[in-house]
Design a protein around this ligand. Structure first.
Ligand code: ARG
Length: 256
C-alpha cells in the first residue's frame, strides 16, 4: 500500500471513529459527567415540594451537598414516584431521593445509602367518618400514592386493593370529596395535607415505622461512599433536622 493510501485510510478511520464517539455521546447526553443528577417526586414536603417551578426540600439539600463534595454541578428532575427508582437503574439520574423507604424488595434492584430519617406511615381520615386503625380500614377505600410502601401495606397487610393516586395531595383531595375513606401516607406529608383542612385529621396510632435512604444504581461504590459520608456529616451537625423544620414551615405557609 502506498504511503498516501495508508494515510488516507487512517484519516477515514479516525473520522469514522470520532463520528461514532460523537453519536454515542449525543445518544447518552442525559448523562453529563460534570453534573450530579437527582431524581424525585416533588409532592412530599418537607422532603421535596415545588416552590414556584423549583424543586426544594430536605432531600434536595442532601443531594446538593453530595454534588458539592464531588465538585460537580447539580440538577434535579421531578418525575412520577413510580419512575424514581427506575431512573437510577437506567442511568437517567445518579441519585434517587424522594423520602424513599428502604425495603428488601427495593434492595434487589438498587443500593441504599445509610438511613437519614425515620418515618411513620399514618392514616388521614375525615372527622365526620373516623378511620383510625388497620381494622377500621377493612373494606374501606384507602387512598395511596401509586408505588408507595403504603400501597404494599394495603395490598399485603389489609389484603385489599387500594385507591391509587398520582400524589398524596391528590389522594387527600379525593378524601375531602368523599371519593375515598382514608389516605395512608408518610407522617410529614400527612401533616402538610391536613394543614388548614378542618375536616381532616391524622389517626394517632401509626400503621408502620419506616426509614429513608437514597437509592443508587448497583455497582457505584464510590458514589455510595460519598453519599454516606455526607449523610454522616449532616446528621452529626444537626443540618437534616434544621432543614426539616425550615422546609416544613415553608410548605405549611404555602397552605395558609
Ligand atoms: N416512603 C414511601 C415510599 O418509599 C413514600 C415515598 C413517597 N415519596 C415522594 N417523594 N412522593 O414508598
Amino acid at each position: 500500500m502506498s504511503k498516501e493510501r495508508f494515510v488516507k485510510r487512517m484519516l477515514i478511520r479516525s473520522l469514522v471513529g470520532a463520528a461514532l464517539v460523537g453519536l454515542c455521546c449525543w445518544g447518552c447526553s442525559s448523562r453529563d459527567e460534570n453534573t450530579l443528577k437527582m431524581v424525585t417526586e416533588a409532592t412530599f414536603p418537607p422532603y421535596e415540594f415545588l416552590r414556584g417551578g423549583e424543586v426544594v426540600g430536605v432531600d434536595v439539600e442532601i443531594c446538593r451537598a453530595v454534588a458539592e463534595k464531588l465538585g460537580k454541578q447539580f440538577a434535579v428532575e421531578n418525575v412520577d414516584f413510580d419512575s424514581v427508582i427506575p431512573s437510577v437503574i437506567s442511568e437517567k439520574a445518579d441519585l434517587a431521593a424522594a423520602g424513599i423507604t428502604v425495603t428488601e424488595d427495593r434492595k434487589q434492584s438498587v443500593d441504599f445509602s445509610d438511613v437519614y430519617a425515620k418515618t411513620e406511615i399514618v392514616l388521614i381520615y375525615r372527622k365526620d367518618k373516623p378511620v383510625l386503625t388497620a381494622d377500621d380500614c377493612k373494606g374501606k377505600r384507602i387512598g395511596v400514592q401509586s408505588g408507595n410502601t403504603a400501597e404494599t401495606i394495603v395490598l399485603e397487610q389489609f389484603q385489599q386493593e387500594p385507591e391509587r393516586f398520582r400524589s398524596a395531595p391528590e389522594a387527600c383531595a379525593a378524601l375531602k370529596a368523599g371519593r375515598c375513606d382514608a389516605v395512608l401516607v408518610d407522617v410529614e406529608p400527612a401533616k402538610n395535607c391536613v394543614k388548614g383542612e378542618d375536616d381532616l385529621a391524622i389517626a394517632p396510632t401509626p400503621i408502620n415505622l419506616e426509614e429513608y435512604a437514597i437509592a443508587i444504581r448497583k455497582g457505584r461504590p464510590e458514589l455510595l461512599k460519598a453519599v454516606n459520608e455526607v449523610i454522616a456529616e449532616l446528621k452529626a451537625s444537626g443540618r437534616i433536622e434544621s432543614w426539616k423544620d425550615q422546609y416544613r414551615a415553608e410548605a405549611d405557609a404555602m397552605k395558609e
